[in-house]
Design a protein around this ligand. Structure first.
Ligand code: FES
Ligand code: FES
Length: 155
């Protein structure tokens, strides 16, 4: 039997009836059409599906949609500011941190959480924070440099 959930996604409230086994990743991608959140492994190994749930980086493939009831969810679609890439997105582009781009939304969301909690992370902090996000194109160095760039520009 479906359950009703009410959640905010990128500042917009959605009231939906969902199957209890439906994941948050499925709700975002299939019910709300927010396909920026990627589904890679589906078992918590790759981080491609990372979103922020009440500000905390969360694997949406391992999270049931009903667990997000009453929560505020942020996805990659919510990062742009006034229709423009935000600083972290821009840094990924400028530093060449994007290859195929499949891991990029998850990397951006994890990087967003890191920079909010620690605006000046060391390289070690960055590598530790991003260690659960896999890039099959192995672009790790550029991703670290993009986050460092934003950190260095933070007043
Ligand atoms: S798709 Fe969620 S961790 Fe890989
Ligand atoms: S850029 Fe291709 S998986 Fe990371």
């Amino acid at each position: 039997m479906k359950k009703f959930v009410s959640l905010s996604v990128n500042g917009i409230t959605h009231d939906l009836a969902v199957e209890p086994r439906r994941t948050l990743a499925e709700l975002l991608r299939e019910d709300l059409g927010l396909t920026g959140t990627k589904k890679g492994c589906g078992i918590g190994d790759c981080g491609a599906c990372t979103v922020l749930m009440d500000g905390v980086a969360t694997f949406s493939c391992l999270t049931l949609a009903i667990q997000a009831d009453g929560c505020s969810v942020e996805t990659v679609e919510g990062l742009a500011e006034e229709g423009r890439l935000n600083r972290l997105q821009r840094a990924f582009v400028d530093q060449g941190a994007i290859q195929c781009g499949f891991c990029t939304p998850g990397m951006l969301m994890m990087g967003t959480e890191l920079l909010r909690n620690n605006p000046r992370p060391s390289e070690k902090d960055i590598r530790r924070a991003m260690s659960g996000n896999l890039c099959r194109c192995t672009g790790y160095q550029k991703i670290v440099e993009a986050i460092q760039k934003v950190s260095e520009e933070t007043p």
